[in-house]
Design a protein around this ligand. Sequence first.
Ligand SMILES: [Zn+2]
Ligand SMILES: [Zn+2]
Length: 317
Amino acid sequence: MSLRTAISLFLEEYPEAIKKPFSGNAVADFIRNEIPIIIEKIIDKNPRYLVNGSAGQGNWAKAPWAAVYDRFITESAQDGYYIVYLVKEDFTGVYLSLNQGVTSVRKQYGSKAKLALRVRAADFVARIGKLPTGVTTGEIDLNSSDSSNLSSLYEAGSICSKYYPLTLIPTDEELASDLQAFINIYYLLMSRETQLYERIDAEEEGLQLDEEDFRKLREHKHLERNRKLASRAKKIHGYVCMACGFDFEKKYGGIGKEFIEAHHLTPISDLKGQLLKLDPRKDFAVLCSNCHRMIHRTSLVNNISGFKTKHVLDNNT
Ligand SMILES: [Zn+2]
Ligand SMILES: [Zn+2]
């Protein structure tokens, strides 16, 4: 079955199905078990994403939904933010929406939940920047029958969305490319959020960074996380801290074997457009976790022997 057929089923079969008992119902079963398989196929079964479909728990939900969670952000419809197909309560159409876990927001904000959802949605939108054509921001209209039910919270929680009216459901190709576009937006938000945390980490460590310093630090960390480069640097330089002589294997035995951190030496501003020429021998050092954090608190970040002389106090190597 295709996604297009699945969406029609949401809209056409569901209103009939809910007149029958929930337990053991084939339509409810289909939404729970088959729809996730259809969606997983479109996103290449990427294990990063978890897909869920629901027609309610124990009882029919007013409207069925299917969600895609980035496991780095959430694994449930209650928290975080995620991609979700939401059906209008009058079954005249379906939204593809990047939306929020409204349950946890309601728990936290009570009667002010809608306001909180709107504020957060606007904040997410600001972080996305330019949206693909056809994707709109702002509240959606699920025709909710009650101003405090879940549908009504999802209306306020929508970050960006695309609407498919029952009379005009696009081709499977278009549905798939829309879903892919939402996956990209979702991923972008996640990675920008990570940058935000890195900034908070840096600030918590007491590093006073202006915009330019922060950009350099971020690029520096990215380089060090480049596995290929880092592991070549480690093979070349060995697994003993070049500043203090700490040896993880000596201290921790087997779990410390070949553990060390790669630290990038060449100032980033000198590297414009030359990342491919990075030399793991010349441009990297290896440091234990303590020295690595400490060297970033000094102005000797590119100078191991200077750091060693000035800051490694019980220097016995
Ligand atoms: Zn060290
Ligand atoms: Zn470093």
